[in-house]
Design a protein around this ligand. Structure first.
Ligand SMILES: [Zn+2]
Length: 291
């Protein structure tokens, strides 16, 4: 699932493809739960609008439009947002990868999962949003319209401090990792980076949030910023369906110390890394370095 670094990487690489360009036409697939704003309204609202800025809040991308409206995009689990000029074999289904030759694999034509296609007046590359599982979201907000989805987001993970985390954990019996994943507390943290930050801070993911000390909260916040910034630098983690708008792969997955490494030796002490299930998601940790 794309997390903050992947969404931020998408924002940085997508911005030059969107900002300053005027939408000529919007093409969509049929109405579905992917569209929080019905396709017919989306087509009407976006045609003729120029994108002024592309911002990020947590895992949401927000295109500010010249009339004050906003186009809100969320990648969900398998969403892909990219240029029609992008080339990547990751855009193909596994079955196609198996039959097509390497050169054919680079071409991608919009398929039934390509739910949103923005064509621009300058006739340059289009911007496409594809999502095989449709957990992604597209929402248009009229000028001045508020959004509960955006309003309920906590502090962006890149700006989270130890003091904020300490205040949010007091009296809480939930596991510290579950609290880190709560988007109303800190926006943008997902499974990979929560596990990595807790490893860096030496705090076990299952510990009650209320039992994490002020110093540990400082360490967790610092580690969180470090792993997120490092991941943004490397273009995010290319696991599952995530790909950057230009089709390039990120390489952060090669730097993971604990995430999805259960059974391997801890990079710090050599103890066998463990995996536990916590709130329907797996957490990875070192039983010796993290208490
Ligand atoms: Zn260890």
């Amino acid at each position: 699932m794309p997390e903050l670094p992947e969404v931020e990487t998408t924002r940085r690489r997508l911005a030059p493809l969107l900002v300053g360009r005027t939408v000529a036409e919007v093409r969509t697939t049929r109405p579905s739960y992917f569209f929080l704003t019905p396709p017919f309204r989306l087509r009407r609202a976006l045609a003729g609008r120029r994108v002024e800025r592309l911002e990020r809040r947590g895992k949401y991308l927000i295109g500010a439009l010249d009339d004050g409206g906003r186009l809100v995009l969320h990648l969900g689990m398998t969403g892909q947002l990219f240029s029609s000029a992008a080339t990547s074999h990751r855009l193909l289904r596994v079955a196609d990868r198996a039959i097509l030759g390497p050169e054919e694999q680079r071409r991608f034509a919009p398929d039934r999962h390509t739910h949103l296609r923005l064509r621009f007046r300058d006739a340059g590359p289009e911007v496409w949003m594809r999502d095989a599982r449709k957990f992604g979201k597209v929402l248009w907000l009229a000028p001045g319209e508020e959004s509960e989805r955006l309003d309920r987001l906590g502090t962006d993970a890149l700006a989270a401090t130890g003091a904020l985390l300490f205040a949010a954990t007091r009296g809480r019996v939930v596991a510290i990792k579950s609290l880190l994943l709560d988007q109303a507390v800190i926006a943008g943290v997902g499974n990979i980076y929560a596990d990595e930050a807790l490893f860096g801070a030496g705090v076990r993911p299952t510990r009650r949030a209320g039992r994490v000390s002020r110093t540990e909260c400082e360490r967790i916040a610092r580690e969180l910023r470090c792993v997120l910034e490092r991941s943004i630098e490397t273009g995010g983690s290319s696991i599952s369906d995530y790909l950057a708008p230009d089709g390039a792969d990120g390489t952060y997955q090669d730097e993971r110390r604990v995430y999805a490494r259960a059974g391997e030796p801890c990079p710090r002490c050599g103890t066998c890394l463990r995996r536990v299930v916590l709130g329907q998601r797996s957490a990875h940790y070192c039983p010796r370095c993290q208490c």
